[in-house]
Ligand binder design. Structure first.
Ligand SMILES: [Cu+2]
Length: 130
């Protein structure tokens, strides 16, 4: 009789232990999921090989940046007008970006890349990749 009671207690303890483990796993799994729901802040916080350029007042800010090879540059349009970022050599270009929209390009080769806004061709920028 006593042995049976002990085995029931052990079973109960194992059951509770199993529940505790699965709850912890659920929490661990939900953490990256909620992170991907907010890509803007997650990208800024985690990736050190990423830089941002603001499009504001019909200017790229900063207009010229120097970055290491492999850096991802993200342009964010803060103007009410649409802008379309495009490399002078035609190797990459964004869509027409409305206010608040972003465009990203990763620079995998060293070189000096000049670009313009296709809509307002007086807007110019330079990315120097080293
Ligand atoms: Cu523009």
């Amino acid at each position: 009789m006593k042995t049976r009671l002990i085995s029931i207690i052990i079973m109960a303890a194992l059951f509770l232990g199993a529940c505790g483990t699965s709850a912890t796993q659920k929490e661990a799994l939900s953490t990256p999921t909620s992170g991907t729901l907010n890509p803007t802040s997650a990208t800024a916080a985690v990736q050190s090989d990423a830089v941002g350029i603001t499009i504001s007042g019909f200017k790229f800010d900063p207009a010229t940046i120097t970055i290491p090879v492999g850096t991802t540059v993200t342009w964010t349009n803060q103007d009410s007008a649409n802008h379309l970022v495009a490399a002078d050599d035609g190797s990459w270009k964004s869509e027409s970006l409305p206010k608040g929209a972003t465009f990203s390009h990763t620079f995998d080769k060293a070189g000096t890349y000049t670009y313009i806004c296709r809509i307002h061709t007086t807007m110019k920028g330079t990315i120097i990749v080293k």
